[in-house]
Design a binder for this molecule. Structure first.
Ligand SMILES: [Zn+2]
Length: 454
């Protein structure tokens, strides 16, 4: 790669820098705040410099809109391979991501078959290339410990389920955990953990409402699982998925572990609805738990926000509550819902950009999420005056429903990938050029600390 870059520059004559192909001008989120800048993008799709206008390059002034780094959603479940007819695909799911301002997704392994070995990895790579609208980092489920090093040279991360879930019937027992953590420790990849201890689930004959579901899988199940995570070796890049309580957040921060919260746990409670569209794992919590988690997020104490996008078909969600699958769609609404909270003054833009753009990209080892020289020019243009309402029927996902029906949203007006528009005037105009990516950690780099202001 360096050789090819050198050759291209030598062919171009005495010029020592790559050619600037586009200049984006306007108020941009640079070094922690919005400021008027001009962003020069080079012919490799990277940000070359932030400064004065370059003569000769196409200049695009965004007017009263603002320029933000595109987001990373490190927790999605598209339905390939093995989804039911009419379900979300990697093609539809990544277009939804692009429209929602998400430039990289972390795709979880509990498909059919689950991604547990080289053959199932190869199958999923084939489903991404030539079909995905944005980049995809593939998580694997750790199976045979002897096969892990081979798998780790191909996949982008590991996902460990401490409770049974769709496609994962047998989670590791508490006794098996130390050996599992040990086998994952020296692979140099991020490890995301579904932290619920099934030993804490209460017997419940037929949970028929979100409140009964919350009683069945209580916060204490999450807190116990998180306690077991804090016993893992420090050198493991452990991250807790979908944390639902401010106490869990405090505990993870004290242990120096990364974690995420979802928009549904931040914005919805077990009283937000009564039907199976509001059934999710971990459950929606009480209003008191929800508002404490939101307050922690608002204060910058939740390092990462991710959607846990799980677009079950309307038919599956129309089943009686106790028979319906758990999960809600969210990749397309993740950023727009929270941009609306920025617009209403309930959330600082700097907190949102850190949690949705910068930290998840750093945790996954990607040159994304920041408007800085050398980073990929994966950028959004957001017009805060263009308010919209979330509508399941208007989402790109074929599931056509959302637990956020009618909520205010600010959708990105433009989305650039490597300096090329993939969304223009709110419409997808990309060419399915998404790639499978893997972490590129600088040597010696550690997990981004979940401290505020990092
Ligand atoms: Zn999930």
């Amino acid at each position: 790669m360096p050789g090819a870059a050198r050759r291209r520059r030598a062919d171009a004559g005495p010029r020592s820098r790559p050619a600037i192909t586009l200049v984006l001008a306007g108020r941009a989120f640079v070094r922690g705040r919005l400021q008027p800048v001009e962003i020069a993008i080079d012919d490799s799709g990277r940000i070359d410099s932030i400064g004065k206008v370059r003569n000769g390059a196409v200049r695009h002034d965004v007017g009263d809109a603002v320029i933000l780094p595109a987001a990373t959603d490190m927790h999605v479940h598209f339905r390939e391979p093995g989804g039911p007819p009419g379900a979300e695909t990697i093609a539809t799911g990544t277009v939804g991501a692009a429209l929602g301002g998400v430039t990289l997704v972390g795709e979880m392994p509990n498909t059919r078959p689950p991604l547990t070995d080289v053959a199932s990895w190869q199958q999923k790579v084939g489903l991404v290339e030539g079909r995905a609208a944005v980049d995809v980092l593939l998580f694997a489920s750790p199976g045979d410990p002897r096969a892990l090093p081979t798998l780790a040279r191909r996949v982008g991360g590991f996902k460990v389920y401490l409770a049974p879930t769709t496609g994962i019937d047998r989670p590791p027992t508490p006794g098996e955990l130390p050996a599992l953590w040990e086998s994952l420790s020296d692979l140099g990849l991020p490890v995301s953990v579904h932290a619920e201890d099934p030993g804490r689930f209460t017997p419940e004959a037929r949970p028929l409402t979100p409140e009964a579901w919350n009683a069945h899988r209580p916060v204490s199940a999450e807190e116990d699982a998180i306690a077991s995570m804090t016993l893992a070796p420090q050198r493991l890049r452990l991250h807790a998925a979908h944390v639902t309580s401010a106490r869990s957040a405090d505990r993870l921060r004290a242990a120096g572990l990364s974690f995420e919260a979802t928009p549904h746990h931040l914005l919805l409670s077990d009283r937000s609805g009564t039907d199976a569209r509001f059934k999710v794992n971990p459950p929606l919590r009480t209003e008191a738990e929800r508002s404490a988690l939101w307050e922690a997020f608002r204060q910058g104490k939740v390092p990462i926000v991710a959607s846990d996008h799980a677009p079950h078909t309307p038919e599956a969600k129309a089943l009686p509550f106790d028979q319906a699958p758990s999960g809600v769609p969210g990749v397309e609404t993740l950023l727009p819902l929270l941009l609306a909270k920025v617009r209403s003054g309930e959330l600082d833009l700097s907190v949102l950009v850190a949690a949705a753009c910068d930290r998840p990209a750093r945790w996954l080892g990607q040159p994304l999420g920041r408007i800085a020289p050398g980073h990929r020019a994966n950028l959004l243009v957001v017009d805060f005056t263009r308010r919209a309402r979330v509508s399941g029927r208007q989402l790109r996902s074929p599931c056509e429903w959302t637990p956020f029906e009618g909520w205010e949203a600010i959708r990105p007006r433009e989305h650039y990938r490597d300096g090329e528009p993939i969304v223009r005037d709110g419409e997808y105009v990309g060419r399915s050029s998404g790639k499978v990516v893997r972490p590129e950690y600088a040597s010696g780099e550690t997990v981004p600390a979940p401290a505020p202001g990092d």
